[in-house]
Write a protein that binds this ligand. Structure first.
Ligand code: FAD
Ligand code: 2HG
Ligand code: ZN
Length: 482
């Protein structure tokens, strides 16, 4: 693989010795100090099998106090650390680059409290998103975020990446729904910001620093989050559009006509659909096999079945008459709704199965978004399968380039072009996945130098020795020289 950033191990970090291992065993007990090769191989490898570290140690704390003791010790010994949740991150942020100690959060998986009146959930960071979704479902509530990786990703990882996902268009980002956090700093200090209040203007709202900081400023140990009530009228439609302009107009119409019941607006191009149909088992095209260029998944969620259905049907008839959609199907039951969703959520997995994949997660003005996909196709010709899909409702394109294997020539055709294009259109080079290792050095395409310098000062203040997730997020020159 040619994609791993070429970075040098920071020589100020120590290497593990047997005293360190004994110390950790003293804190965590034998069982939760893992040196097993097989488990380390898994922890050293990211979801795409693109980034690989060589850590010799994985620690599994069961409490905030244990996390605190781990970090306090690592800080005093100059041992670098990678916080790891479900390891579903897509930017090489969740695995070690060299021999960093992995702090795995999966044993901190308890729900602490749930308030049925306010809908406020407080839980430990290692709770798997899908388990929280199921827990809340039983209480008549939902999580305000959902993503294809729900079966493995953890709420602490979601918060640390500020994950967006499939319902952001309705419920907003985690900066709005997360009400509080408990975080352990690099020196082991525990910051209790675990508020459960919707409103609290007492000074700087520091939890926001940790939302989206990708484990570079602290380890998130507990999360308090506002969850919406579960509404029972859910409809999912899978639609075909002839051109990108129609998708765009459909979005504008959907926002106006479906308004408050709109809960997702996702799109994929025919290349993405073909990949899913060819690489995932049991997937069927919900529409007759005519070639359409684009597909849109619309979900509505509301409280009145008859009303909501009528509203959606009227919207679709109107869109069909206006030529915005060329075909479409509304799910007739929950199984069909899941099948429609599976097509959209299955795109990353289908791409994985198809070979090597270069992933770009961009915020762009909706009008311009697909121009980039077209331009990339022209640039790469037949040498690659260029795929566009994503959260159209949020202006978030997932541009993926699929090739048989990674090679420097393809990479040189994609980058820096893709970043320059995004920057020229005042977009973001990371809409929702973060910077990790992959884009740490690319931050300047989306942030001015003065902002990056302030970020580096904050990092220096909170983690003076730079032990937390080194080589990630901030440019390497700043990270290692300051
Ligand atoms: P990890 O991958 O383990 O870690 C991610 C980052 O967070 C790393 O930098 C890590 O160091 C840090 N971290 C993890 N836990 C903690 C903690 N407790 N404290 C401090 N730092 C921590 N992302 C989206 O935004 N939207 C999507 O729709 C989406 N869909 C996806 C679909 C698939 C199939 C896959 C594989 C990934 C998808 N992702 C998506 C990316 C990824 O799932 C998210 O970034 C997710 O939030 C990561 O959670 P995780 O627990 O797996 O974290
Ligand atoms: C999605 O929306 C995820 O499916 C993954 O954010 C996107 O793999 C990708 O590029
Ligand atoms: Zn996404």
């Amino acid at each position: 693989g040619s994609l791993a950033e070429k970075v040098q191990r920071n020589a100020s970090f120590s290497t593990l010795n047997s005293d360190d291992i004994s110390h950790f065993k003293g804190i965590l007990g034998e069982k939760n100090v893992v040196e097993d090769e097989e488990r380390l191989t898994i922890a050293n490898t990211d979801w795409m099998h693109k980034y690989r570290g060589s850590s010799k140690l994985l620690l599994q704390p069961r409490s905030t106090e244990e996390v605190s003791q781990i970090l306090k010790y690592c800080n005093s010994r100059n041992l670098a650390v990678v916080p790891q949740g479900g390891n579903t991150g897509l930017v090489g942020g969740s695995v070690p680059v060299f021999d960093e100690v992995v702090v795995n959060m999966s044993l901190m998986n308890n729900v602490i409290s749930f308030d049925k009146v306010s809908g406020i959930l407080v839980c430990e960071a290692g709770c798997i998103l899908e388990n929280l979704i199921t827990f809340l479902d039983n209480q008549g509530f939902i999580m305000p975020l959902d993503l294809g990786a729900k079966g493995s990703c953890q709420i602490g990882g979601n918060v640390s990446t500020n994950a967006g996902g499939l319902r952001l268009v309705r419920y907003g980002s985690l900066h709005g729904t997360v009400l509080g956090l408990e975080v352990v700093l690099a020196n082991g200090d525990v910051l209790d910001m675990l508020g459960t209040l919707r409103k609290d203007n007492t000074g700087y709202d520091l939890k926001h620093l940790f939302i989206g900081s990708e484990g570079s400023l602290g380890i998130v140990t507990k999360v308090s989050i506002l969850t919406p009530p579960k509404l029972f009228s859910v409809n999912v439609a899978f639609l075909a559009c002839q051109d990108y302009f129609s998708c765009q107009k459909l979005l504008v119409e959907a926002k106006r006509k479906l308004g408050e019941i709109l809960s997702a607006f996702e799109f994929l191009d025919s290349h993405a659909l073909d990949l899913v149909l060819n690489h995932l088992d049991g997937v069927r095209n919900p529409l007759p096999p005519t070639i359409h260029n684009f597909y849109v998944l619309i979900e509505t969620t509301g409280s009145d079945e008859t009303c909501d259905r009528e509203k959606l049907e009227a919207f679709l008839v109107h869109a069909m008459e206006g030529g915005l959609i060329s075909d479409g199907a509304i799910a007739q039951d929950i199984n069909q709704a899941s099948a429609f969703w599976y097509i959209r959520e299955g795109v990353p997995e289908a791409l994985m199965k198809a070979g090597a994949v270069y992933k770009y997660d961009l915020s762009l003005p909706v009008e311009k978004m697909y121009d980039l996909v077209d331009e990339m196709r022209t640039r790469l010709g037949d040498s690659a399968n260029v795929v566009g899909y994503g959260h159209l409702g949020d202006g978030n394109l997932h541009l993926n380039v699929s090739t048989p294997q990674y090679d420097d020539k393809t990479l040189a055709q994609i980058e820096p072009f893709v970043y320059e294009w995004t920057s020229a259109h005042r977009g973001s080079i990371s809409a929702e996945h973060g910077l990790g290792l992959m884009k740490a050095n690319k931050i300047f395409y989306s942030k001015p130098t003065a902002t990056v310098n302030l970020m580096a000062s904050i990092k220096k203040m909170l983690d003076p020795k730079g032990i937390l997730n080194p080589y990630k997020v901030l440019p390497h020159s700043i990270d290692s020289h300051s």
